[in-house]
Design a protein around this ligand. Structure first.
Ligand code: ZN
Length: 267
């Protein structure tokens, strides 16, 4: 079976309070974290997971989140850093239709897009609380592309499957990637940071290398993000992801600065 390497790409920076990453914990602690895409290399096709964030408004924010280097430019630069142009990408997997994961799709009109059918259905009418962060305006454009509305377990390519992991959104998908070190799971925003995977962690190191103290949550196997549609679904999804990945270190969260500059597997 094809073995891939997984390369997190920093496409922008986004500011939030830590309580967005870990539900209602550290609500006064500001953090700046990366907006990430992930590039899967080593197979016959060039596969990108997520397409970055929308441009900021005049005040430098979108929906209350400060953004830096946002929009198409950050996505183009992140690909250029690894010697690629948007035209080179064969397949784009969109984990979910939030503004910081599914923007800039117009850079990839030639690519095949993979989205969970459930996410596409949910995006037609998101819960009111999520309307502002959903990219409903791109649905028409997405539908004009080679859009695959995938079911749970769909094989994108040999060694790359998508699974439906609801909780953060109704139809979010995670990407199960075969590597020389077994399976890795690119979890998207099901798990924002390593603090969600290792709740006993008492710090996060931000994008600038600053150590920021966090309140540890011992006694929790996993800790949920502050943005979610259903926490019952979320718990089921995280246990399923761990079962597939086998090891916590094989789960890659959606926004952790610790992913920057690394390639997985690391050995
Ligand atoms: Zn999200």
């Amino acid at each position: 079976m094809a073995e891939y390497k997984i390369r997190p790409l920093v496409v922008a920076k986004i500011g939030a309070v830590k309580g967005v990453a870990t539900h209602m914990v550290d609500m006064m602690t500001p953090v700046v974290v990366p907006v990430l895409a992930f590039y899967l290399e080593g197979g016959p096709q060039k596969i990108l997971i997520d397409t970055g964030v929308v441009s900021a408004g005049e005040d430098g924010t979108f929906h209350g989140f400060p953004l830096f280097n946002a929009g198409t430019q950050g996505m183009i630069e992140a690909l250029a850093d690894i010697g690629l142009k948007p035209d080179d990408i064969d397949i784009v997997i969109i984990t979910h239709l939030h503004f910081d994961h599914a923007a800039n799709i117009n850079l990839f009109p030639q690519a095949q897009f993979i989205l969970q059918k459930k996410e596409w259905e949910y995006a037609q009418a998101p819960l009111p609380i999520q309307r502002g962060v959903y990219m409903t305006e791109i649905l028409g454009q997405l539908e004009s592309f080679d859009l695959v509305l995938a079911e749970d377990g769909y094989e994108v390519a040999e060694g790359v499957n998508v699974i439906c992991v609801p909780g953060h959104t109704k139809g979010q998908q995670a990407v199960v990637v075969n590597t020389s070190d077994g399976k890795y799971v690119v979890a998207g925003d099901l798990l924002y940071t390593y603090n969600n995977i290792y709740p006993e962690k008492d710090e996060i190191i931000d994008m600038f290398g600053n150590k920021i103290a966090c309140t540890p949550q011992p006694g929790h196997a996993f800790y949920p993000p502050g943005i979610h549609t259903d926490l019952t679904d979320w718990y089921e999804s995280v246990w399923r992801v761990l079962k597939i990945a086998g090891r916590r270190k094989h789960i890659l969260p959606g926004h952790d600065p610790a992913l920057m500059g690394r390639v997985f597997p690391e050995k």
